[in-house]
Design a protein around this ligand. Structure first.
Ligand code: PMT
Length: 223
């Protein structure tokens, strides 16, 4: 068991998946349950941190001891993350954020009409919250941690994403049936900007969360 090594630290964690509304009954979404982000929140509370958990569409009960902010879309998530990041020591983006949203919201339910082609839904880009937080660094020494869920060339894609997003750590998890989205377990490699790579074997999402905090806490100690 780790001690209260995050005491006095404000950690901001995003969890869950954004939903991008198309009309009053439909949205573009993803399979994130929020479990990995909530495991990060619980373990950070246990290690003494002040925790702001920004959750999107998880339906999970609030973890004891964390301040919870609820959002729906990527644009709302960005606003809440930037606000909380202003006095954060570390920001961890475990949420699955939609890269695109429908260009227009239809105020009435889109209907199918006899003899008409299927509608085409134009999309626009959502803001990249992780890249923005990493570029801005609202506080000197602020750490920024991203996640990446990959299906192919997992490590190569992860290494490229770490550079592109400009974060300090990137947790790369491979999408699989018994891990990553929705399950209680995960398996990952934590890539660091200094080139070190920390494999985390298959196990409970709390174990991966604790490895992330070990690495974060080690960096705080070096500052
Ligand atoms: O919620 P669970 O069911 O427990 O599943 C956990 C998880 C699989 C959702 C989690 O472990 C995870 O991998 N989260 C990131 C999912 C993902 O696919 O990320 P990405 O590769 O699209 O994005 C990379 C990083 O940039 C992420 O930190 C993401 O939060 C961030 N991002 C992405 C797009 C965007 N527009 N803004 C962002 O900030």
């Amino acid at each position: 068991v780790t001690g209260p090594d995050l005491a006095g630290r404000h950690v901001v964690i995003s969890a869950g998946g954004t939903r991008e509304p198309l009309d009053p009954v439909r949205y573009l979404g993803n399979r994130s349950s929020g479990k990995q982000g909530y495991a990060l929140a619980r373990t950070a509370v246990a290690r003494g941190a002040r925790v702001t958990l920004i959750e999107a569409n998880t339906g999970l009960p609030d973890p004891a001891g964390a301040d919870v902010v609820r959002v729906g879309t990527a644009v709302q998530l960005r606003e809440a993350v930037l606000k909380a990041a202003a006095d954060a020591d570390v920001v961890v983006m475990a949420a699955a954020v939609a890269d695109f949203r429908p260009a227009e919201y239809a105020p009435g339910k889109i209907k199918k009409k006899d003899g008409e082609e299927a509608p085409v839904v134009p999309l626009v880009r959502n803001p990249d919250i992780l890249a923005e937080v990493a570029a801005e660094r609202a506080r000197p020494g602020q750490l920024v941690v991203g996640f990446a869920a990959e299906t192919d060339d997992v490590l190569a894609n992860g290494r490229a994403k770490l550079r592109r997003k400009g974060c300090d750590l990137l947790v790369v998890n491979e999408v699989g049936e018994r891990k990553t989205f929705g399950s209680e377990e995960n398996e990952a490699v934590v890539l660091a900007a200094d080139g070190t790579e920390t494999p985390v074997p298959y196990g409970p999402k709390e174990a991966l969360a604790d490895t992330v905090w070990d690495l974060v806490s080690g960096r705080f100690q070096e500052m």
